[in-house]
Design a binder for this molecule. Structure first.
Ligand SMILES: [Zn+2]
Length: 140
């Protein structure tokens, strides 16, 4: 039976939390930083977008995801888009990163992900346990 959009959105939360926990183990200074708010209101070409203020640990951070992509490319959303955007948040908050720069690549590497806009996932947190598919998609 197909999962509902609401089920998939709840699963996105669990995936984000799983990556956040991995990051907390790799970057202890992340402890105490609030997790991003997850929204599903993204329009346009991008499938995910991270909003943060670089270097501001207390600032509200947001990850916006695209519902249509979640429905059509669920595995890529979980294994690629979400860790990509989580990496933007963490790199921005901890290392004043902007864009796909060195600190962002460092966080991606900590997840075992290739640091490129179109990523191939070769690491999956135990909590997620999904198989991997490869497909290039636009990120912001
Ligand atoms: Zn990006």
């Amino acid at each position: 039976m197909a999962k509902s959009l609401e089920d998939l959105q709840r699963q996105c939360h669990r995936v984000m939390i799983a990556y956040w926990r991995v990051a907390q183990r790799k970057f202890p200074s992340l402890v105490g930083v609030p997790m991003p708010e997850l929204k599903f209101n993204l329009r346009g070409r991008a499938v995910g977008r991270a909003t943060y203020r670089a270097g501001n640990r207390l600032h509200q951070t947001t990850i916006a995801l695209k519902n249509e992509y979640l429905l059509s490319n669920t595995v890529e959303m979980f294994n690629d888009t979400i860790p990509h955007e989580v990496s933007h948040i963490i790199a921005g908050v901890l290392f004043r990163s902007t864009g796909h720069d060195g600190p962002w690549r460092q966080v991606m590497a900590a997840f075992g992900l290739k640091a490129q806009r179109f990523t191939y996932t070769n690491f999956i947190p135990d909590e997620v346990k999904l198989r991997v598919a490869m497909k290039g998609q636009k990120h912001d």
